[in-house]
Design a protein around this ligand. Structure first.
Ligand SMILES: O=C(O)CCC(=O)C(=O)O
Length: 218
């Protein structure tokens, strides 16, 4: 494991997952993703001044727990298109988040209400944005990364944009002073599939899960 701390309150832990653990999570996500009502889909994105009917920039998307709708930037208990209730966040995933925080970014009573699952190919990227649609703007966002390495842009303490590579089998955490930093995902590097991803992901594919607390907890 290698721990990086590129700015205050942003931690990246490389080689957090063993190849076996990565393969197990990818298998689990892929099974859930196959569900036609609540699994992977390609949603519409809120219109902007350049596009009237844009699509969400990643190729496949799903949520566990609450559904964040890219069309209205709000959290919902059901998927607006199918009226299905998203799969719940499994206990083992919540426990994994708590373990990550305990080891690398102590934060009390963390209990995420949503997990966003984004599947990227070489044609996907995510523009700079701030994660501000949650009521709670302090509790950390935890990202689990599988597959290929990608370029991660983030705002530093002086509001300058910097970039760093995020490899597969790593986790990142940003909270506190970094919780509302601008960030985005750039290109994916070729031939960087992390061990355990073969059989689930192809060259230049990446899967990311981010867990968040949506509501402010006592
Ligand atoms: O793919 C990622 O690592 C992050 C996705 C992201 O920026 C977000 O969901 O806000």
């Amino acid at each position: 494991m290698r721990i990086l701390n590129p700015r205050k309150d942003l931690i990246i832990v490389e080689d957090f997952f063993s190849p076996e653990q990565a393969a197990e999570w990818l298998e689990w996500v892929s099974l859930k993703g196959q569900d036609t009502l609540r699994g992977f889909h390609h949603p519409k994105l809120k219109p902007n001044r350049f596009h009237k009917e844009p699509k969400y920039p990643v190729k496949k998307y799903m949520c566990l727990g609450l559904y964040w709708n890219p069309l209205d930037y709000m959290y919902h208990p059901i998927l607006p298109e199918t009226n299905a209730k998203p799969f719940p966040i499994p206990v083992k995933l919540k426990e994994l988040g708590q373990k990550i925080l305990k080891e690398f970014y102590p934060y009390p009573n963390y209990s995420p209400e949503t997990v966003l699952v984004n599947f990227y190919t070489d044609k996907s990227s995510m523009g700079l944005h701030v994660d501000k649609d949650e009521e709670d703007h302090l509790s950390p966002v935890i990202g689990l990364n599988f597959g290929s390495t990608c370029r991660f842009m983030y705002e530093d303490e002086d509001r300058e944009m910097k970039e760093i590579k995020i490899p597969g089998n790593s986790v990142y955490v940003f909270g506190g002073s970094a919780r509302l930093m601008r960030h985005g995902l750039g290109s994916i590097y070729a031939k960087t599939l992390s061990p355990g991803s073969e059989g689930h992901l192809q060259n230049k594919e990446r899967l990311n899960l981010t867990m968040r607390q949506v509501y402010a907890h006592e």
